[in-house]
Design a protein around this ligand. Structure first.
Ligand code: NAD
Ligand code: DAU
Length: 355
């Protein structure tokens, strides 16, 4: 069986990836996660009896720890999800984004280079460093612009996207300079189970269920390209197994929606699920609030490369994915209580009080 080191495997996408691949028994997984506010041990609780899932509580900036993990477990691949990921937090406090997304990616990459240099030639060839990145590095599209391709110019606009862009550049440079076999994937907005409710879709679901205000930034017409998380997880695996080293693959849902459309869809589904709710119509909770500074107007991904070269296509439509997601948030009350801690309430006050 192969061994993978997964960073950030207690977060939203990372835990979906780890769960899927432990279920398929694709590899032994060494899961390195700092358990920041967004990391949740509850996302992987069921795996603590699994001898082929080893959780290590630690930071990618801890080079000694990373070195020890690599030499002890001898991975065939490192799949790097760990990051600070929320744009609004990057506006209020950018430093953590520099520390993890740039310095942390560098430390990890450099330790991986040392490890990889000492591998036998056969293993050196098959080893992979897979960097998980975002469409936000390409900046913002106008209404008639073509979707982002792998050749689109980098033009990040927030501290978050600038830090992810820096990470991408470092990873790419380790391929060009040292020949480290890297892969980079840039994906559009994900949604689905286990997403921390600071992000648009889970925030709106939980606020609507509680009869709270649904705060839509600006005019609500910013566009995102939505992809169900398991479709992203499947795309990552295809690229890991079959992608060409040194290359980038864009992943997107081909599902462009304005934010107001997304929020209205959530409200309509909740109206149908709870016809007697006193919050009905849930859309009456929608409130337009002060915009996010530097708010990117539109993202859209051209996924032709991964579709044509690797045969990927998403399994979920926006309708099926949203229904699954909303039901998950309704059914998983324990998980929701565990993430709505004091720290979560503090964030909601900081971000929304003055809007
Ligand atoms: P998340 O915020 O839910 O999880 C991030 C995880 O990384 C958490 O478990 C956290 O504890 C861990 N982490 C943070 N700093 C760390 C450090 N210094 N050392 C070790 N672990 C650390 O994020 P997510 O939404 O699951 O995103 C995962 C990756 O996918 C990120 O790299 C993000 O940029 C990228 N991405 C996300 C989306 C999206 O829509 N969510 C889309 C495209 C790409
Ligand atoms: O595009 C991929 C990126 O998608 C990932 O790299 C990021 O990690 C992820 O957080 C996400 O970034 P966004 O900024 O697009 O996601 P967010 O859920 O924060 O916001 C989606 C849209 O909804 C955005 O236009 C801002 C808007 N919004 C968000 C919140 C939290 C609101 O209108 N109200 C809100 O309260």
């Amino acid at each position: 069986m192969k061994t993978w080191v997964v960073t950030g495997g207690a977060g939203f996408i990372g835990s979906n990836f780890v769960q899927r691949h432990r279920m398929l028994k694709s590899a032994r997984i060494i899961n390195l996660d700092k358990l920041s506010y967004a990391g949740n041990i509850g996302n992987i609780n069921n795996l603590f009896e699994d001898p082929d899932h080893i959780f290590i509580h630690g930071d990618i900036n801890d080079r000694i720890l990373v070195h020890d993990i690599l030499t002890k477990y001898h991975p065939d691949a490192v799949i790097h999800f760990a990051a600070e990921t929320h744009v609004d937090r990057s506006i209020i406090g950018p430093e953590a984004f520099i520390t993890t997304n740039i310095a942390g990616t560098f430390s990890l990459l450099d330790e991986v280079r040392n490890y990889w240099n000492n591998l036998d030639p056969g293993l050196k060839d098959t080893f992979r460093f897979h960097h998980i990145s975002t469409d936000e590095v390409y900046g913002s599209l106008g209404p008639d612009d073509a979707p982002f391709t792998e050749f689109s110019r980098y033009e990040p606009n927030s501290p978050y996207s600038a830090s992810k862009a820096s990470g991408d550049h470092l990873v790419r440079s380790y391929f060009t300079t040292y020949g480290l076999p890297v892969l980079i994937t840039n994906c559009s907005n994900n949604y689905g189970p286990f997403q921390f409710p600071e992000k648009l879709i889970p925030l709106m679901i939980l606020n609507a269920l509680d009869g709270k205000v649904l705060p839509v930034y600006g005019d609500g017409k910013n566009i995102r390209d939505w992809l169900y998380v398991m479709d992203h997880v499947n795309a990552i695996y295809l690229v890991l197994e079959q992608g060409n080293v040194g290359e980038t693959y864009n992943i997107g849902g081909s599902c462009q929606k304005t934010n107001i459309e997304v929020v209205q869809t959530i409200c309509e589904i909740l109206d149908q699920l709870f016809p007697n709710s006193h919050n009905k119509p849930h859309a009456s909770l929608i409130t337009f609030v002060k915009d996010r500074p530097g708010h990117d107007r539109r993202y859209a991904i051209d996924s032709s490369k991964i579709k044509h070269k690797l045969g990927w296509k998403p399994a979920e439509t926006f309708e099926t994915g949203m229904e699954k997601t909303i039901l998950w948030y309704i059914e998983n009350t324990k998980w929701i209580q565990s993430v709505k801690s004091g720290a979560y309430r503090d964030w909601i006050d900081i971000n929304y009080e003055k809007r």
